[in-house]
Design a binder for this molecule. Structure first.
Ligand code: HEC
Length: 127
């Protein structure tokens, strides 16, 4: 095999590996691609129905642009937990809410997507 072809092949393998790695690695709140993915998921999977298009809250769910959390401690990990578990209606302090939050917001989302949503919420909560 010619040298340039070998180099190309090696580069291709390298690129393929790092790509595979980054998509299967755990998103962290500072991972910008996770924040962007979470942003686009937010409206697609229906979080906006209760928390508002701008995540500023509706009658059905509170604002996510806050650090004044009631059902999680504001850490990335605890945001992952609360999005995965939801909040049962019986735990709500706000009696004007018609329902709680179903696990995963009632959407069929993967663990990785939950972490992307948590990265997004974490990012907007700090602004
Ligand atoms: C059916 C309405 C509904 C949907 C859909 C929904 N939520 Fe919620 N969510 C709630 C309610 C109600 C609470 C409890 C706190 C409150 O009253 O705002 C809550 C709580 C939370 C909290 C914790 C708030 C705190 O104070 O600790 C986070 C974070 C959150 N939701 C994110 C999401 C995300 C991300 C999605 C989309 C996957 C989502 N929610 C979908 C209704 C909803």
């Amino acid at each position: 095999m010619s040298r340039p072809l070998l180099t190309l092949l090696a580069l291709g393998i390298l690129f393929g590996c790092t790509r595979g790695q980054s998509s299967s690695s755990v998103p962290s709140p500072s991972d910008e691609s996770a924040v962007i993915a979470g942003d686009s998921l937010y409206g697609r999977v229906g979080c906006d129905r209760c928390h508002g298009v701008d995540a500023g809250g509706t009658l059905n769910g509170g604002s996510l642009r806050t650090t004044n959390w009631k059902f999680n401690n504001g850490s990335f990990d605890d945001l992952v937990r609360v999005i995965a578990e939801g909040v049962p209606a019986s735990a709500l302090h706000d009696r004007t809410r018609r329902q709680g939050m179903p696990p995963r917001g009632g959407a069929a989302i993967t663990g990785e997507q939950i972490r992307q949503l948590a990265a997004f919420v974490y990012a907007i909560s700090k602004r």
